[in-house]
Design a protein around this ligand. Structure first.
Ligand code: ACO
Length: 324
């Protein structure tokens, strides 16, 4: 028994923030942002919590499936920007789409969240616990972005996207998944408060501890190395090589990271999907956003080998090989 992706869906909030808009907010330029990150625009959720974005992505997924919301058995939302600490964002999604027969929970593995969530749903399906699952990556990073910090505010964006997984006896779907984390690097990227370590306080707000703090340059170097190695691990398990890969869909953190990985593994001939220009770094949402785009653009076809890979705070990295 395997889990195969039978539908994809996505949602980006209406408001668009361009690099030129950012030029008016911090000391930056369209040229710097394009050259250093590949980003042209990002979407910003105004009155919508993360669950509203995720629910719209779920509606989009179900639009291209014969299944109804009441047929869905499991909903997993990967996010670092939940609606609130309690309850899980996935429960708001369940309520919003009317998936009355599902059970639902969240996963936090930063930008690797989507592949981590995919691995859980895959395991539940292969174990026979559920026959289907909706897995969504959803973020409203604009809410934890320090809009006075040019080293982070030009990067992040909001959005949600995901997939429907269904049990299949065919030799397709998720062929392998490899997950890694290293807790020695929790300082590389963090939102220090509010939490049990640093509860909500005026001081936390004054110190801007409620916003993302990132050592971007160090993260960058580790990303390229680790994405390439975890991808090889996942391909080895599937009995494949980089030459078998039709499409590489990476976490869209920085176009330069994706280009460097593609060059390192011999996929620099257009097989690496790039959508960061359209939505910036949307953490857990970025892989399914790129996947949805590539599928609906007619690039990914039945039988294609799709390599998913990611790198996130702090540190998580993962890869999966999927036969479409
Ligand atoms: N506009 C203009 N100049 C800028 C900006 C900006 N927005 N931001 C930084 N600079 C300047 C810096 O001040 C520095 O100037 P200096 O040389 O005079 O000191 C110079 O540009 C270079 O700064 P770097 O930080 O070295 O820039 P870099 O090329 O590394 O790009 C970036 C920064 C885009 C953050 C990059 O490091 C990156 O993408 N890192 C990886 C991020 C990542 O993968 N995070 C993990 C996943 S996200 C998650 O888990 C939610």
């Amino acid at each position: 028994m395997r889990a195969k992706i039978t539908a994809t869906g996505a949602y980006l909030p209406e408001k668009v923030l361009t690099n030129f808009d950012l030029e008016k907010m911090v000391d930056t330029s369209d040229e710097w942002i394009r050259q250093r990150t590949g980003i042209e625009v990002r979407h910003i959720a105004e009155d919508e919590p993360t669950s509203a974005l995720a629910a719209k992505a779920a509606d989009d997924i179900l639009k291209s499936s014969p299944l109804n919301a009441s047929d869905v058995e499991l909903i997993i939302v990967a996010t670092v920007t939940p609606d609130q600490p309690l309850p899980a964002t996935a429960l708001f999604v369940q309520q919003n789409i009317g998936a009355d027969n599902a059970f639902a929970f969240d996963i936090n593995a930063a930008c690797s969240g989507f592949i981590y969530a995919l691995s859980v749903a895959d395991a539940y399906i292969r174990a026979g616990m559920v026959k289907n699952a909706i897995v969504i990556g959803a973020e409203t990073l604009s809410k934890i972005t320090d809009w006075t910090d040019r080293s982070t505010c030009v990067i992040f964006g909001d959005g949600a996207a995901g997939v429907l997984l269904e049990a299949t006896a065919e030799d397709r779907g998720i062929l392998s998944i490899v997950l890694h984390s290293d807790g020695r690097y929790t300082d590389l990227m963090k939102v220090p408060a509010p939490g049990s370590r640093e509860p909500c306080s005026e001081e936390a707000i004054r110190n801007r501890d409620i916003y993302i703090k990132m050592k971007g340059n160090e993260t960058f170097k580790m990303a390229v190395r680790n994405i390439a190695s975890v991808s090889k691990e996942a391909l080895d398990i599937a009995g494949m090589d980089f030459s078998d890969v039709d499409w590489m869909i990476s976490h869209q953190a920085n176009k330069r990271i994706i280009d460097s990985v593609a060059k390192r593994v011999g996929l620099e001939d257009g097989r690496a999907i790039i959508t960061i220009d359209k939505h910036g770094n949307t953490a857990a949402a970025s892989i399914p956003l790129a996947l949805d785009w590539a599928y609906k653009a007619g690039k990914i076809r039945e039988g294609d080998i799709v390599l998913l890979n990611s790198f996130g705070a702090s540190l998580t990295w993962s890869a999966s090989v999927v036969r479409w």
